[in-house]
Write a protein that binds this ligand. Structure first.
Ligand code: AMP
Ligand code: ZN
Length: 435
């Protein structure tokens, strides 16, 4: 086994289903016992009359309570900590914009495990220590920067910790150091490409081979558009700060759903209303339990992310199951004129058009008690011929297709390239001014 293989936790990566189940049975029992050491879970288990010893295998997982973001806030700052403070080597917080964030703590073993999972994610895409990797997401409390950084270093990649923003410098570094792999939010990758096109440059001239794109929802149409612009292969990367950050699930070379690392996370998919498990292959809310974290194990965390298990075996032969691209978050669902709409349904329609660029917003207002949806989309620099007729037909076509998609009429505004606020991290796609 090469050094790189050891570094990605091959002994877990290559487990069969039976081996994974046996491992999970033990790991869940240990994790629950560890969680019970925190003041938060000790009290919660007590109030339910639950003893950690009642959990004997993964079959018992439903005896455990669900944990929500609000529970994490209740335990703020350190109610879920299970180890002596001197064992903590790092903390991160979630990217919440209002109120108290949720804080997540790590021991050195936790950081090592996270780096191993992250290195494993990168390696299953075919990336190796021969790659030059530019990390284009924020470093700091946000987990995307340090998460990918430690994983890429562990794999032995040449890491350029560029961080988010400063687009001109990003482009320069990619070109000057022959960057072969990047990590970015899809919206920022799109912004960089459009900046280049506006400046008369071509993103393909950068010769990036692989892009690891995640941290925010995006559609298959957005992936295709980005691949088309850059000529790279884009791999979907999923994670959330409560479960370390990135490194939870990642696409392998076959890119047919994301392998979720079942040695580290016990996965359930439930109906968000009834809280019962959905039938295998049905879409529901993903609930995750940490299996290998010491400082702060989390039991049955409600991610709010909606997905399903991809059926069948992956061509790569790995037994870790695959989850499909997120449909959205249950709390991101918009109700417009009584109709449930996910922002991803809008993106799916508009990104199919070569005339539309990568940046758009969904603007919701209310006039005379009626919800109005306006989709503002930038035109693609490369495709625009400058004619009013082009704009008119684009607006008409988009309005018609959006109406077919959502079932009510949507106003479409087509804007000049670069006129909407660009995002360096997670894009804000919805502006809801309905009050
Ligand atoms: P944070 O904990 O602040 O990093 O945010 C995590 C959230 O970002 C997840 O719960 C998802 O809603 C979203 N997210 C991360 N990666 C992806 C992805 N690849 N596709 C869709 N949503 C994602
Ligand atoms: Zn695979």
């Amino acid at each position: 086994m090469s050094v790189n293989q050891d570094r990605t936790g091959r002994r877990y990566e290559l487990m069969s289903r039976d081996e994974l189940t046996a491992f999970q049975n033990d790991a869940l029992c240990q994790s629950v016992r560890q969680a019970a050491k925190s003041s938060y879970y000790a009290q919660r288990f007590r109030s339910l009359g639950l003893d950690a010893a009642d959990i004997k295998s993964i079959e018992d997982v439903r005896k455990l309570p669900l944990t929500s973001k609000d529970d994490l806030r209740l335990s703020y700052p350190a109610g879920m900590l299970t180890v002596d403070p001197e064992q903590v080597v790092r903390m991160h917080t979630s990217s919440g914009t209002t109120g108290k964030p949720t804080a997540i703590f790590h021991t050195q073993a936790d950081i090592d495990c996270w780096a191993e999972l992250m290195a494993r994610c990168l390696s299953i895409t075919g990336a190796t220590n021969r790659d030059v990797f530019q990390n284009m997401t924020g470093y700091g409390l946000f987990t995307g920067g340090l998460g990918l950084h430690y994983g890429a270093e562990r794999l032995g990649m040449w890491v350029i910790p560029a961080g988010a923003g400063n687009t001109a410098r990003q482009i320069m570094l990619i070109r000057d150091f022959g960057v072969t792999c990047i990590h970015a939010t899809p919206s920022y990758a799109m912004h960089v490409a459009e900046r280049m096109l506006i400046d008369g440059d071509d993103p393909k001239s950068l010769k990036i081979q692989r892009a690891f794109l995640g941290a925010e929802p995006y559609t298959e149409e957005m992936r295709l558009k980005l691949q088309d612009l850059y000529g790279f292969k884009a791999f979907n990367s999923y994670g959330l700060s409560e479960m370390n950050g990135p490194g939870v699930a990642f696409e392998c070379e076959h890119r047919s759903g994301m392998h979720i690392w079942e040695d580290a996370f016990l996965v359930e998919i439930i109906d968000p209303e009834t809280l019962e498990p959905v039938a295998d292959g049905q879409t529901g809310e993903m609930v995750l339990t940490t299996l290998r974290r010491t400082a702060m194990p989390i039991v049955r965390y409600r991610t709010r992310d909606l997905t399903h298990f991809v059926q069948g075996e992956c061509q790569c032969g790995r037994a870790h199951r695959r989850i499909a691209r997120m449909v959205g978050r249950s709390d991101d669902m918009l109700i417009v004129r009584g109709v449930n709409v996910f922002p991803s349904q809008i993106e799916e329609v508009i990104m199919k058009h070569t005339w539309v660029g990568g940046n758009y917003v969904i603007h919701l207002t209310r006039a005379a008690s009626l919800d109005q949806m306006t989709v503002k989309a930038e035109i693609a620099k490369s495709a625009f011929d400058g004619s009013v007729e082009t704009i008119r037909s684009l607006v008409n076509e988009l309005s018609r297709q959006l109406r077919e998609q959502v079932g009510f009429s949507v106003t479409v505004e087509v804007l000049e390239p670069g006129s909407l606020p660009a995002s360096e991290g997670k894009a804000k796609r919805v502006i809801d001014e309905r009050g």
